[in-house]
Ligand binder design. Structure first.
Ligand code: NDP
Length: 291
């Protein structure tokens, strides 16, 4: 029988910074699977042709990152209910030429929360900073996990309200209580008094020069603080939260678990999560320019 190396990859622009190739390659090697995972820098204009190439070249699938997570939906054959609910795709699976869009970010976040903090969102009140793609996935994870209340705080209040309405419309009677507020100290003070945990799903903290998102004293009100950012591994928010006595989680575990779920969809093998964690941790220790 003719043997072909199977190919997967990630579509994004830029994509050179992505940690996904290292995680997946480590996982393939650990299981002795003959797969190759490549980063593909795909411009917006090239996206339709790139998606067609998944079929033409017989890729098992791809991960999808900024700026294509939403627009790629137009070129796929179907979506999983979760991808439809989130309104974005981070994983495409090629099933015999039919391209299915999935989103493993929400399940990845839930798995990370369980693995790192030993908890589920059930019955909790959460202050969620951000209303972009990552926040949408986390909000869905929280809702599916039985959260009691989500306070969405975003720089653009309009976008927070749009997410609140989207979730209320899609989840119907299963929706938790959702409030949408402007990301400002007064609203955060109010949220802090009623919320158990804080999750940063904004991109603030990616740079060491970014301003402080949450006043230090407010953090004492939360029992746990998560930051979806994984590079740097300890943002100013997480350092402040640790100093305030909160339990903390950075974005590495979510990155690993969303990747592990994609790996399983493509290969039908259980993902070696520990191996992927070690690969991610090694990248976290690497000097900036090597990332
Ligand atoms: P989006 O561009 O979709 O959303 C960005 C969010 O950040 C918006 O809510 C935006 O607010 C907010 N924001 C940006 N700049 C500022 C600022 N100066 N002050 C306040 N708010 C700001 O990005 P994503 O949702 O895709 O990603 C968000 C973060 O999550 C990134 O850091 C990314 O690395 C991380 N992430 C981590 C994952 C993981 O596996 N760990 C997976 C996916 C993402 P506004 O709406 O007002 O513009």
């Amino acid at each position: 029988m003719r043997h072909l190396t199977r190919l997967a990859g990630i579509f994004g622009d830029p994509v050179a910074h992505s940690w996904s190739p290292a995680l997946h390659r480590a996982a393939f090697a650990a299981l002795g699977l003959d797969y190759c995972y490549l980063p593909f820098a795909i411009t917006r204009a090239a996206l339709p042709r790139a998606v067609e190439a998944i079929r033409a070249l017989g890729l098992v699938g791809v991960n999808v990152t900024v700026p294509h997570k939403e627009r790629i939906i137009d070129y796929l054959d179907s979506l999983t209910p979760e991808a439809r609910l989130i309104g974005a795709v981070n994983t495409v699976v090629n099933r015999g030429g039919r391209l299915i869009g999935d989103n493993t970010d929400a399940r990845g976040f839930t798995a990370a929360l369980r693995a790192k903090l030993g908890m589920t969102p059930r019955g909790k009140a959460i202050c969620l900073l951000g209303a972009g793609g990552a926040a949408r996935a986390v909000a869905v994870a929280l809702a599916h996990g039985g959260v009691k209340q989500i306070v969405i705080a975003n720089r653009s209040t309009q976008r927070a309200v749009a997410l609140q309405r989207h979730l209320a419309a899609k989840l119907g009677s299963r929706a938790p209580r959702i409030d949408a507020v402007h990301l400002a100290p007064a609203a955060l003070r109010h949220a802090a008094s009623s919320c158990d945990g804080l999750i940063n799903a904004t991109s603030v903290g990616l740079s060491a020069r970014d301003p402080r998102l949450v006043p230090r004293r407010l953090l004492e009100e939360f029992s746990f603080v998560c930051d979806l950012i994984y590079n740097p591994v300890a943002t100013r928010l997480l350092k402040d939260a640790r100093a305030a006595g909160c339990r903390t989680m950075n974005g590495l575990a979510m990155l690993v678990h969303q990747g592990a779920l994609a790996f399983e969809l493509w290969t039908h093998h259980r993902a070696p999560v520990r191996v992927m964690e070690r690969a991610a941790a090694a990248l976290g220790r690497a000097p900036q320019k090597a990332r």
